[in-house]
Design a protein around this ligand. Structure first.
Ligand code: NAD
Ligand code: ZN
Ligand code: ZN
Length: 340
């Protein structure tokens, strides 16, 4: 089968064997696999890849074959593959938090130093990672796995802060950010401000309910301060994570604001007691749990969130990554559909 693999030489399409599910494992026929900006970050550190693996950590598909003893949904059932494959035995995994398994190391799961969904078939190590999605099309549902789940996890953790009258700021309204705007609208009464360097992304954010959408160069800091008032934004979700965006976040927060860094652009922010307002917190967020993914699927099935996407052929994935890198991809998510 065809698979988009990452090796020390970079990303390339390869011909690999269709895996056979062993005890407890499940083979999924890939319907759709989303292209995440994180894959670009991985490509930049490809030199550290010792064992080539297939990229793709947001995957929808159909159960194709079930290994001995695996308690899987029936053959042919449409599923999402929750991509964080923890050890299954530690305290985090027992709590369903495979995304925070301390034993995973770099081998986090699907498409993250283990074979992922940018292939015709995906071998899933345990049936507990499969979530049936009912009547959703698994091609279009794929980005729920990360582009929706990651901001959902972050917004859900901040819900107590987002009371009426507060403001939430989303910096970077691409694949993740345009869903973050919708999640904030669906789950909270907060005013939603979107920030992006690309006017098309700002337009999409407005269409999806952002109360204000502004480019950093368009005096974003002052405009955010103006709408958020003296309390400042309750939440800044930074879906870029560069020096510039962290500086913008630090400039607009006030006492007890929360900054959640989603993007892994590698920016830094000096931190000491006096560099941020009192009780302002800043931290990272990482992916989400399969229980939260079920909640995301429920929102999508209810029509409360919609992922803007462009279906592409698996053979077109490298070209789509190049466009994502250049900022010319368009809006929303690219989803590779290996079987059309
Ligand atoms: P994307 O490329 O689809 O979107 C990024 C958006 O940020 C684009 O719309 C771009 O125009 C905008 N942008 C770039 N520089 C900007 C700036 N200086 N100011 C404002 N906007 C700017 O990427 P994505 O797939 O949505 O991923 C976003 C980030 O989140 C990436 O760094 C990715 O690696 C990371 N990510 C993190 C997690 C996690 O668990 N923490 C999960 C998925 C993705
Ligand atoms: Zn991702
Ligand atoms: Zn674990």
């Amino acid at each position: 089968m065809r698979a988009l693999q990452l090796s020390a030489d970079g990303a390339a399409l390869a011909d690999v064997d269709v895996p056979d599910p062993g005890p407890g494992e499940v083979l999924v026929k890939v319907a759709g696999a989303g292209l995440c900006h994180s894959d670009l970050h991985l490509m930049h550190v490809a030199a550290m890849v010792e064992q080539p693996f297939t990229l793709g950590h947001e995957t929808g598909g159909w159960v194709e074959a079930v290994g001995p003893g695996a308690e899987a949904p029936p053959i042919g059932e449409a599923v999402l593959v929750h991509g964080a494959w923890g050890c299954g035995r530690c305290a985090r995994c027992r709590a369903g938090e495979d995304n925070l398994c301390p034993r995973s190391g770099a081998r986090i799961g699907s498409g993250l130093f283990r074979d992922g969904g940018l292939a015709e078939y995906l071998l899933v190590p345990a049936a507990r990672h499969l979530l049936p999605i009912g009547d959703l099309d698994p091609r279009d549902a794929a980005p729920l796995d990360d582009a929706a789940l990651t901001p959902y996890h972050a917004v859900k953790a901040s819900l107590p802060l987002l009371v009426p009258g507060t403001t939430a700021v989303v910096i970077g309204v691409g694949g993740l950010g345009h869903v973050a705007v919708q999640l904030l609208r669906a789950l909270t009464p907060a005013r939603v401000v979107a920030v992006d360097v690309d006017e098309a992304k700002l337009h999409l954010a407005r269409e999806h309910g952002a109360d204000m959408a502004v480019a950093p160069a368009d005096d974003a800091g002052a405009r955010i301060a103006d709408v958020a008032g003296e309390l400042g934004p309750a939440l800044v979700l930074d879906c870029v994570g560069s020096d510039d965006t962290l500086a913008l976040a630090a400039a607009v927060v006030s006492n007890r604001s929360r900054v959640v860094v989603v993007g892994v652009a590698g920016g830094t922010l000096p931190f000491s007691f006096f560099t941020l307002p009192y009780e302002c917190s800043i931290g990272t967020t990482f992916w989400g749990t399969i229980a939260e993914l079920a909640e995301v699927v429920a929102l999508a099935r209810a029509g409360r969130i919609t992922v803007e996407l462009e279906r592409i052929a698996l053979d077109g994935a490298l070209d789509a990554y190049a466009r994502l890198e250049a900022g010319t991809f368009g809006s929303g998510r690219a989803v590779a559909v290996p079987h059309g």
